[in-house]
Design a protein around this ligand. Structure first.
Ligand SMILES: NC(=O)c1ccc[n+]([C@@H]2O[C@H](COP(=O)([O-])OP(=O)(O)OC[C@H]3O[C@@H](n4cnc5c(N)ncnc54)[C@H](OP(=O)(O)O)[C@@H]3O)[C@@H](O)[C@H]2O)c1
Length: 437
């Protein structure tokens, strides 16, 4: 049997402790599958006294993860600290420079430094595996990087943040407000004390930026993503969506267009009958559209100790099975030095259907004025309805418009015009509609 693969784990929190536990509990199966033992020989965290709920046996303790990365007797450095800089960045870089394979679950780190780290890994001939960084336990990286060779991806989109999907699911199922839902999600541990990063779409954007690079062979461009969170979604939107045959989801979407690549994260209406609309609660899903395969949808647990550990252990097992000269290819599917610069498509040229909800003064002529603004901007309407129920007061009414395919620029111009006309009593709501099977 080959020599044991020696693992160093930096970060022993939710994911790190779960990884240590799975490696211990599944040792016999992993040895049979990989043809060698996998042994944790070194660990690092902040507090050496904290009970991690798993016996770390004879693993050597390091206060400093960089020292572990550089000096420990390990073959693989597993980074489960988190954060886009600081100890995660310096230790992963040090491990790769020292010629050690790296496994990480850290999307923030890859969104910021992924290309630089991939260049080091490829230069050193070591593996940088990061399955758990996108959609937790769902094997989307492997699928895109290895199982779809030869396919040209046209669009990749998904529900990549369990907190947002949990909130939107409960808002729809129970008719409660965003704020009430968020408070409950925090109480139940599904949302952070400071939820901004999740609900404003930043976490989804980090994951999307990695998928974009894999899909289109471009450099990661996480700061070039159009971003809108879910905090302004109301019960009125959710009810109107349901009446029209749609469900609202926070999607990350990357799409090839004639003018470049669109990367956008925003609340999106998807047809209620589509597969992605059936993804509820904290579950994640990723849809990949390609020229050869058509549309593939992967769904499953996107977070949590065990689900994330499953992906991390899968990455470790791949390294245990790999032999020099027989590895799974470049980190982002294409050699890092050949990744193309990211050419951003302007959001204003995004084309698609739109849902527009307007709260207007209940006056004669308002309906006609709205229709005229739409026509003036060449927007063809699938429907325009004045809601009898749901209107907030006697003096105001709700008007819901659904457009056929048009551009973001046209919609913004039309809505600006309606706002200037002075008919609105509240902020207009615009939600993009996404085609989904
Ligand atoms: N949790 C999930 O469901 C999930 C899902 C997918 C991906 N991820 C990713 O997995 C990574 C870890 O997440 P987590 O939820 O496990 O985080 P966590 O529970 O907060 O654990 C972080 C660990 O890092 C250690 N740490 C912090 N600063 C350190 C330093 N300077 N030196 C050494 N160790 C240090 C902490 O030590 P102490 O314990 O001593 O404080 C802790 O053990 C993140 O990149 C996250 O984005 C998490």
């Amino acid at each position: 049997m080959a020599e044991a693969l020696r693992i160093g784990i930096a970060g022993l929190g939710t994911v790190g402790a779960s990884v240590a536990r799975v490696l211990r509990d599944k040792a016999a199966e992993l040895t049979r599958q990989c043809g060698r033992d996998i042994v944790v020989t070194a660990v690092s965290a902040r507090d050496p006294k904290r009970d991690r709920g798993v016996d770390l046996g004879s693993a050597k303790w390091f206060d400093d993860p960089v020292m572990l990365a550089e000096k420990a007797d390990i073959d693989v450095f597993v980074e489960l600290i988190g954060g886009d800089d600081g100890p995660a960045w310096s230790s992963v870089k040090a491990a790769l420079e020292a010629g050690r394979h790296v496994v990480t679950a850290n999307k923030a780190l890859l969104a910021k430094h992924g290309v630089a780290l991939a260049e080091i890994a490829e230069r050193k001939g070591v593996l940088l595996n990061y399955e758990a960084a996108v959609a937790g336990g769902i094997p989307v990286i492997k699928t895109m990087r290895e199982a779809m060779a030869g396919n040209q991806v046209t669009r990749v989109f998904g529900i990549l943040n369990g907190t947002c999907n949990y909130i939107l699911t409960r808002m729809e199922a129970e008719g409660i407000s965003f704020d009430a839902c968020l408070k409950d999600a925090q109480r139940l541990g599904y949302a952070e004390a400071d939820p901004t990063f999740d609900i404003e779409g930043h976490d989804t954007a980090h994951k999307l930026s990695i998928l974009t690079s894999l899909a289109f062979g471009t450099k990661i461009a996480a700061s070039d993503i159009y971003l809108e969170g879910i905090s302004n979604i109301t019960q009125a939107d959710i009810r109107a969506a349901a009446e029209l045959g749609y469900r609202i989801k926070l999607l990350g979407v990357a799409q090839r267009t004639d003018s470049g690549i669109e990367q956008r994260v925003h609340p999106t209406m998807v047809p209620t009958a589509s597969v992605i609309a059936q993804v509820h609660g904290v579950t994640n899903a990723v849809a990949i559209e390609t020229d050869i395969l058509g549309e593939l949808l992967l769904s499953g647990p996107g977070a949590g100790g065990n689900a994330t550990a499953s992906a991390v252990v899968g990455d470790i097992a791949d390294i245990a099975k790999s032999r020099p000269g027989f590895q799974h290819g470049p980190v982002f599917g294409w050699p890092a030095k050949e990744l193309k610069p990211y050419k951003k498509a302007q959001m204003r040229s995004h084309a698609g259907g739109y849902f527009i909800r307007l709260t207007v003064h209940d006056r004669i002529g308002v309906f006609a004025a709205i229709a005229k603004r739409m026509a003036d901007n060449d927007i063809s309407l699938e429907s325009i309805v004045q809601q009898a129920a749901g209107a907030e007061t006697e003096a105001q009414k709700t008007v819901i418009l659904v457009t056929h395919e048009t551009t973001e620029a046209a919609v913004r111009k039309a809505v600006d015009g309606i706002t200037k006309d002075g008919h609105l009593t509240d902020k207009p709501q615009v939600i993009r509609i996404e085609r989904a099977e």
